[in-house]
Design a protein around this ligand. Structure first.
Ligand code: SF4
Ligand code: SF4
Length: 433
């Protein structure tokens, strides 16, 4: 059966499992981009667990042996399947090494099979159970409080029949997290001040479902995506603007794979355009040295979905190939420049880059739901990023995703609290408002 990207199941990945050459490029930053031995690793999973099965290569082997019945589903196999951040660093490295293998999609197909077998960690099951009822995976929040963050704003309610060019979609963290709600309001104020025709979906605002997909809960994701697409497409020509990289990726890549064509921009893209058009002017000098952390789902995984309807073939009855070639998501067209342009435009902000940046960025540790069932691992991955940020001499790590921000902030506190964490829009707001 041909792979068509989204629809693929574990069995469809057999040619990739067999074609993986054990080169182990998926464990490292592509060699020509490595700047030091200290920060040369790219896969948080195998870095932390120090066992090959926790790498993309190891999971290709695991998938094959599980399919062939040499390994039983359960125990260590399930642990290896779920302790993957779905960060996609392996995918980029493998594209450079092998051109057309897709270890990230295979990792997620493994998770999906484990979910079907009822083997997902109970913490993930519990989080996803909330989705159908409360429309969020965040614990201890009520659906009726979802719009509280916007109560003092006079935003057009697009669920109630009003129309706008853009809909602000905060994502669950900005909607519910008390530390972030005021920041969501500031972002909306910046956009409104610049004259953006902006609304939001009011009572129709829900979780994007993207994190459920990363965790292997495909059906739950499809349910949320279908629900949102139905509401959003009622507003003709709407563009979703979101400050969350997971929402951005879900809508841009995963919704498109389901056939829902919805325009989406990250807040940094829209603000970048407004600066370029002279509609936003920075006022205050911030006098701060920062480094920028590329969120995986905004950067390397932020490329648009490309449909593929080809067949898998063998050359010399041995080497698997695909005709036409499958889309090559190498991360090069992700969102890297928009946030950096904003940083460079704010007076007094000095940007120093880390070693692992852009498509080779190190994950913040929060991906794939790992922080829900293996906090020690998620925290170690974040601490590794903080160590890299500290090595630059910067005072603050700036990012463009609330999930990254929360995980990095916790790691900074654990590492002595000498480094601050800010969202790109926090800094912009400090200078603009
Ligand atoms: S997605 Fe990230 S954590 Fe998972 S195997 Fe690839 S590099 Fe490692
Ligand atoms: S880089 Fe790709 S081909 Fe090489 S070992 Fe990793 S998954 Fe296999």
């Amino acid at each position: 059966m041909p792979l068509k990207g989204y629809e693929a199941t574990l069995e469809d990945f057999r040619p990739m499992q067999e074609r993986c050459s054990n080169c182990l490029g998926c464990k490292f930053v592509p060699f020509e981009k490595i700047k030091s031995h200290r920060f040369g690793r790219n896969c948080p999973s195998v870095w932390y667990h120090n066992f090959n099965t926790y790498s993309a290569r190891g999971r290709f082997q695991l998938g094959q042996t599980l399919q062939d019945g040499y390994v039983e589903w359960g125990g260590q196999a399930v642990d290896a399947v779920f302790n993957c951040q779905a960060c996609g660093a392996c995918d980029i490295a493998c594209k450079i090494t092998r051109f057309n293998l897709e270890p990230l999609a295979h990792n997620i197909a493994l998770k999906e099979r484990a979910v079907e077998k009822g083997l997902a960690p109970p913490e993930l099951e519990a989080a996803v159970r909330q989705l159908s009822g409360r429309k969020t995976m965040l614990p201890a929040v009520k659906k009726e409080d979802r719009t509280a963050w916007a109560s003092e704003l006079k935003l057009k309610d697009l669920s109630a029949g009003e129309t706008a060019a853009y809909a602000f979609f905060p994502g669950c963290q900005y909607a519910y997290n008390p530390d972030l709600q005021s920041k969501a309001r500031l972002q909306v104020k910046i956009l409104l001040n610049a004259g953006v025709d902006l609304g939001f979906f009011g009572s129709g605002d829900m979780c994007c479902g993207g994190r459920a997909k990363q965790m292997g809960f495909r059906k739950a994701f499809e349910q949320e995506a279908g629900h949102n697409a139905k509401i959003w497409t009622k507003v003709r020509g709407i563009t979703i603007v979101t400050p969350c990289s997971d929402c951005y990726h879900a809508i841009k890549r995963q919704y498109a794979a389901l056939g829902y064509t919805i325009k989406v921009v990250h807040t940094s893209e829209l603000v970048g355009e407004l600066i370029k058009d002279g509609k936003l002017k920075f006022k205050k000098d911030l006098n701060v040295t920062v480094t920028y952390h590329d969120p995986c789902h905004l950067g390397r995984l932020g490329e648009p979905f490309e449909a593929w309807d080809g067949v898998e073939k063998k050359v010399l009855n041995q080497i698997h190939t695909w005709d036409p070639p499958r889309p090559r998501y190498a991360g090069t067209c992700g969102i890297y420049d928009a946030p950096r342009k904003i940083l460079n435009a704010i007076p007094g902000v000095r940007l120093i880059e880390m070693e692992r940046i852009r498509e080779n960025s190190w994950c913040c540790g929060a991906g794939g739901g790992c922080g829900l069932f293996n906090k020690t691992y998620a925290s170690a991955v974040a601490s590794e990023r903080v160590a890299e940020a500290l090595s630059t001499g910067a005072q603050t790590i700036v990012t463009g995703c609330p999930w990254c921000g929360i995980n990095l902030k916790a790691a900074c506190a654990e590492n002595g609290g000498t480094m601050g964490v800010a969202d790109i829009m926090d800094l912009a707001a400090q200078s603009l408002l």
